[in-house]
Design a protein around this ligand. Structure first.
Ligand code: GLU
Length: 547
C-alpha cells in the first residue's frame, strides 16, 4: 500500500485534494491594510455578551479597514448544536447592527465565495487536508479507547506529568500501515492524530495584536485532528478554514491562548502564513472582593436576550461595548461630544489585556444619557415596539393616547439639561404611569402622609387658583400668593430661618399638589404635568386624594 492508498483507506470518499481546494479558494483582492476577520460561534442557542463583544469588535475592525467580516458556524460538536441556533445568532447580532459580508444568512442559506461557511458542510475539505498530512507522515490513525485515554490521564496526574498524548504516550505514532489496516479490517474504531514535529524544550514566539510578544514552549502534543465521526476538531478546522477563507486576523476569546502553539505549528507545517491573532479578555464581574468571569448560570445579564427583555436600547449597549473595547473611547467622547461613536477608530493596542469589568450601573447611566437625548417621538416609537412584545396592557394605552404620550415624554426633553430618569423602554411605564388614569387609579404606591398635607388647600387651589391658560411664571406666582392663606411662606429662605413659624414653604405646597396628582414626591416639571392632565382630571384626583 502506498502512502496515498493508505490515506484513501483511512479517509475514503474524499472528492478533492488539498491542492484542488487551494486552487478553488482564490487569494482575496483587497488593500494591504484590509482586515479579513470572522466571527465563528457554535450554534448552541445561547448568544452571550462575550459573543456580542467579539463580533462587534470584529465587525468594526473589518469596516474600518474596508475589509471583510464573515460569519462561520462552528457546528462540529454536534452534541452542542441546537435547532435554529444559527438564526438566533444572526437575528440577535442584527439587532446590534452587526451584519456580515459573507457567511450563513439563515439555517440553510449563505452568501460569499469562500464557503461553505457552516463547518459540518466542509467535511470533505478537512478530510482532504488530513489526507495530505497522512501522505506526508504527519498524521496517523490512533486506536486508543476512551478507557485507555483515561488511564493515561490518571497516570499523568499521579506522576505530575503534562497531560496529553505526546512522547511515550503517543502509542500509535509510529504504527505501520499493515498494523493499521489489520485493526481497521477487524472493525476497530480510530481517530486521526497530528504527528507533532515539535519539541517541548524549544520556545516559540507569537506576536498577539493585543498582548504583544508571547513566548510558549513548542507544541509536542499529537492532537486529534479528525474525530471518530469524521468531523474535525476546532484546532484543525481553524487552520483549514482561516487559511482557505483568507482570514488575516483571528479575533477571538483568550480561552484559546493556550492552544496557540498548536495553531501556529499547524500553519507552519502546511507552510501557510500565520494569521495575526488578537485575543480578547473575558468580561468579568466584581463580587465582593473578588473578580470572576461572567457566568451563564449566575449572571442573567450575560445573555444578550437580557438587554432586549429589559428594554435597554441597542445603541446604549453598543456605546457601552465601545467603552470596554478601547480604553481611550470615553476620553474621545468627552473631547468630541458631538461626534457619532461610529466615528471612533478602534485600535488593538487599546484593548484591555486583563479582564474587562462588566458594569451594569455604567450601562444604565449610558442608557439614561442616550434616552435623554432622543426625541419624544423616537422614544414613543421604541417604547411602543418594546411593549408590543413585553407589556400588552401598556401597549394598548400607548396606542390609544399616542399624541398625549408624546407630549408626556417631551416634558423636560429637548432642553439643555434633559430629564435622565428613564434607563430603558421598560422603565418608561414606571416613570410616567401616573399620567394615565387607567394606571393611576390602580396605583398602589404608598406615599408618606405628612402633617402639612391639606385637602382644604388642594380644593381651594383647584377651585380658585388654578387656570389652565396661565403660563409657567403666572402659575407659580399664584401658588406663591396662596401660601400665606394656609400658613405657608412663599419664601424658602425665610422658612429655613424660621421653620417654627410656618407649616412649610412654597416647596411644600408644590409637594402637596405633586403628591396628590402623581403619588410621588419627585417628578419632572409639575407645571407641565398639570397642564397635560387638565383641570378636570386634577380635580378628580384631588377628590380621590386620600389624606
Ligand atoms: N467556535 C469557537 C468558539 O465559539 C470560535 C473561536 C474562534 O473565534 O476561533 O469559541
Amino acid at each position: 500500500m502506498t502512502k496515498k492508498e493508505y490515506a484513501d483507506f483511512l479517509l475514503p470518499n474524499v472528492t478533492h485534494t488539498k491542492e484542488e481546494y487551494e486552487q478553488m479558494y482564490q487569494k482575496r483582492n483587497l488593500d494591504k491594510s484590509a482586515i479579513v476577520t470572522r466571527f465563528a460561534p457554535s450554534p448552541t442557542g445561547f448568544v452571550h455578551l462575550g459573543s456580542l463583544f467579539t463580533s462587534f469588535v470584529s465587525r468594526r475592525f473589518a469596516t474600518q479597514t474596508n475589509g471583510v467580516c464573515l460569519l462561520r458556524i462552528e457546528d462540529t460538536d454536534t452534541k452542542r448544536t441546537v435547532e435554529n441556533g444559527i438564526e438566533e445568532i444572526i437575528e440577535s447580532l442584527k439587532n446590534y447592527g452587526i451584519v456580515f459580508d459573507e457567511g450563513a444568512i439563515s439555517e440553510t442559506e449563505e452568501v460569499g465565495a469562500y464557503g461553505p461557511y457552516i463547518q459540518s458542510k466542509r467535511k470533505d475539505i478537512y478530510s482532504a487536508f488530513a489526507k495530505y498530512l497522512i501522505e506526508n507522515d504527519l498524521a496517523y490513525p490512533c486506536f486508543m479507547t476512551e478507557s485507555e485515554l483515561e488511564e493515561i490521564r490518571k497516570k499523568q496526574e499521579d506522576i505530575k506529568a503534562r497531560i496529553g498524548i505526546y512522547g511515550v504516550y503517543a502509542k500509535f505514532r509510529n504504527i505501520s500501515i499493515e498494523e493499521a489496516k489489520e485493526r481497521i479490517d477487524k472493525g476497530e474504531k480510530y481517530i486521526i492524530r497530528f504527528k507533532s514535529p515539535g519539541n517541548f524544550e524549544n520556545k516559540v514566539t507569537v506576536n498577539d495584536a493585543i498582548r504583544g510578544s508571547l513566548e510558549f514552549p513548542e507544541n509536542d502534543l499529537d492532537i486529534v485532528i479528525i474525530k471518530s465521526d469524521g468531523l474535525p476538531t476546532y484546532h484543525f478546522a481553524h487552520l483549514v478554514d482561516d487559511h482557505l477563507m483568507g482570514v488575516t486576523h483571528v479575533i477571538r476569546a483568550d480561552e484559546w491562548l493556550s492552544s496557540l502553539p498548536i495553531h501556529i505549528q499547524l500553519f507552519d507545517t502546511f507552510g501557510y502564513d500565520r494569521p495575526i491573532y488578537a485575543h480578547l479578555s473575558p468580561l468579568t464581574k466584581k463580587e465582593g472582593n473578588t473578580i470572576r468571569k461572567l457566568s451563564k448560570r449566575k449572571d442573567p445579564e450575560l445573555a444578550v436576550s437580557y438587554y432586549h427583555e429589559e428594554g435597554i436600547p441597542n445603541e446604549a449597549v453598543k456605546i457601552y461595548i465601545m467603552t470596554i473595547a478601547n480604553s481611550n473611547f470615553e476620553e474621545w467622547q468627552i473631547a468630541k461630544p458631538n461626534k457619532d461613536y461610529n466615528d471612533f477608530v478602534l485600535s488593538f493596542d487599546k484593548v484591555s489585556t486583563s479582564g474587562s469589568l462588566f458594569d451594569l450601573e455604567k450601562l444604565t447611566s449610558i442608557s439614561k444619557e442616550y434616552l435623554s437625548k432622543i426625541s419624544a417621538e423616537a422614544l414613543y416609537n421604541d417604547t411602543l415596539k418594546y411593549t408590543e412584545e413585553f407589556d400588552r396592557d401598556f401597549y394598548d394605552l400607548l396606542t390609544k393616547y399616542k399624541d398625549y404620550t408624546i407630549k408626556v415624554l417631551n416634558i423636560e426633553r429637548e432642553i439643555e439639561r434633559p430629564r435622565k430618569d428613564i434607563e430603558s423602554y421598560k422603565a418608561v411605564k414606571r416613570e410616567i404611569s401616573y399620567m394615565y388614569d387607567e394606571l393611576f387609579d390602580k396605583d398602589t404606591t404608598t406615599y408618606e402622609h405628612k402633617d402639612f398635607y391639606s385637602k382644604e388647600l388642594l380644593n381651594y387651589y383647584i377651585d380658585n387658583v388654578y387656570d389652565e391658560n396661565d403660563d409657567k411664571q403666572t402659575w407659580f406666582s399664584k401658588i406663591k400668593e396662596m401660601c400665606s392663606k394656609f400658613g405657608f411662606t412663599e419664601d424658602t429662605k425665610e422658612y429655613k430661618k424660621n421653620p417654627e413659624n410656618y407649616k412649610g414653604s412654597v416647596a411644600h405646597v408644590c409637594e402637596i399638589i405633586r403628591v396628590c396628582v402623581t403619588h410621588r414626591v419627585m417628578t419632572p416639571d409639575l407645571y407641565e404635568i398639570l397642564k397635560l392632565l387638565g383641570k378636570d382630571r386634577i380635580k378628580e384626583r384631588i377628590e380621590k386624594f386620600d389624606i
